[in-house]
Write a protein that binds this ligand. Structure first.
Ligand code: ZN
Ligand code: ZN
Length: 138
């Protein structure tokens, strides 16, 4: 094998590897997928669009819908649009002062459970995710 074909072969293998790593899992929802892929960085709606193209090619309104919820790029989907269901958040530390119970702010879970799954062709999130509310908590 000469150098050129070795390089070509290596590049081919890297592409296959990259594809396997960045494919949505079977039944994985859009939000779990994009959240997982953000480990590889945010470049516009790259991951959301990849999910749509692979899993829900007819969901052509997806970008507009995400945009209405403040998700103009993959990371903004989670800054503005959706957050983990509240039972998944790191439990707050409660303390009592003068007979009143206070709770520290909740924090995003460090690790999300496995995706709870959506039907094929859906671009909705699974039940791990809820819409963010603008008017405070709960
Ligand atoms: Zn972003
Ligand atoms: Zn999910």
């Amino acid at each position: 094998m000469d150098t050129e074909s070795l390089v070509t072969e290596t590049e081919r293998e890297l592409r296959i590897l990259a594809t396997a790593l960045t494919d949505p899992h079977d039944g994985e929802c859009l939000l779990c997928y994009v959240h997982r892929m953000l480990e590889y960085g945010c470049t516009g709606l790259r991951w959301a669009v990849r999910y749509r193209d692979l899993r829900a090619p007819r969901a052509t309104a997806m970008e507009a819908r995400l945009g209405r919820r403040g998700g103009y790029c993959d990371c903004e989907i989670f800054l503005n649009g959706y957050e983990p269901a509240h039972e998944l958040w790191t439990p707050s530390r409660e303390y009592v002062e003068d007979g009143v119970t206070y709770a520290d702010d909740l924090e995003w879970p460090e690790q999300l459970p496995a995706c709870r799954g959506v039907r094929a062709g859906s671009t909705q999130g699974c039940t791990l995710w809820v819409r963010q509310r603008r008017d405070g908590w709960w």
